[in-house]
Design a protein around this ligand. Sequence first.
Ligand code: ATP
Ligand code: MG
Length: 405
Amino acid sequence: MIWNSRDDILVGLDVGTQNTKIVVAEVRDDGLLNLIGYSKVDTFGILKGEVHHHENVVESIHRAVLEAEKTVDGLEINRVEVGLTGRNIASFNNVGSIPIVSEDREITHTDIADVIANAKVASLPQGHSAIHTIRQLFKVDDREGVLDPVGLLGSRLEVGVHIVHGMNTSLQNSIRCVLAEEIEVSHSVFSGLASALANLAPQHKQQGAVLLDIGAGITEFVVYAKGTIRCTGVVALGGNNVANDLSVALKIPFNRAEKLKVEHVNLAPDAARPVETVVLRTGEFGLQEKSFALGDIQTVARARFEELFRLVLARIEEQKLTDYIGAGVFITGGVSRTPGLNHLAESIFEMPVTTPIAHGVDGAQDPQLQPEFSTAIGLVKYAYQTRSEFSGKRQRGLLGRIFGK
Ligand SMILES: Nc1ncnc2c1ncn2[C@@H]1O[C@H](COP(=O)(O)OP(=O)(O)OP(=O)(O)O)[C@@H](O)[C@H]1O
Ligand SMILES: [Mg+2]
């Protein structure tokens, strides 16, 4: 029997609006992560990333766990890393500042801990708790952009932090669904951060990058500039909105519109030949035979995706980050399979747009796991890196060192 309380087995659980995904990874002797199992089942009870029906979500987790256990001989999952998301999640940047009081003015690890503690003192909206406090760059007196000030001389030390927070009740609703299955929650991580961790390489973060994870119900985004996280958030739009728009515009049931979307939406500029039609056969979902102009389908889908990209762009512009994004936009999540989506995104963001491949977990590059498993893959990476930080000699700036690279 392999219990995953064994230290070398990590399990990432991502309860998405449409699919619940699990990734099981083993820490190899050489210290790298190896994917040894996974599962993906339909989710019930989640609306726009948040729990709306406790029992149904518990049942979805139950099925995903059973399926994942079947893929690894003798595995019994009793501890997981969980993704948190939904409209309740928000973020902001804050600054901490302390004087260096030692006689020699040399900045020490204790000063770093103190200034980060100072930056964490921020008032959150009522009923919210911080999920992550991610270190950005330091400032020593007038010198900005310092990555590691230990050993430098200075009289004043400042640090920026990015605080991701969420509504307590909403966060607890997610955790309680896992606990109801008698599974321990090892870490809980904003799903967007997990996706970014899975997909962005250090050089992308350094050059500046935007990661979008577009799922069925919501889109998470994370913006890196100069190697650190500057902006994160959730937009309450995803693939379901497009299916819903098609369902209303074409007067067909949602399930049929969802299928139509996956089979026919193509946002490449040459895809919408207006003369072509799609025919839905008689009797399918109880419909009479219906035919639709392909051009109309593309127009409906294009409008919704444009809206989504413009909402994210507005958040980036609000933070004045546009000029800092050299590596461009990386789009993951199930919706990133949509043909031509990157082309449309490029025209809105006016930046290069790429579909990334998760890295850092051997075996996770399997096309079956891309791109829906980004969050789950990122969760095991997060757990692994966090643990390595703890077992390492220097323990300062934990989350900052994970995400700040
Ligand atoms: N081949 C495809 N073409 C277009 N869209 C696709 C394709 N395959 C899946 N999708 C869409 O991807 C979405 C599901 O992706 P994903 O599993 O990442 O979402 P989720 O994690 O369950 O939802 P969320 O992150 O919003 O909570 C659905 O909207 C689905 O229609
Ligand atoms: Mg998702």
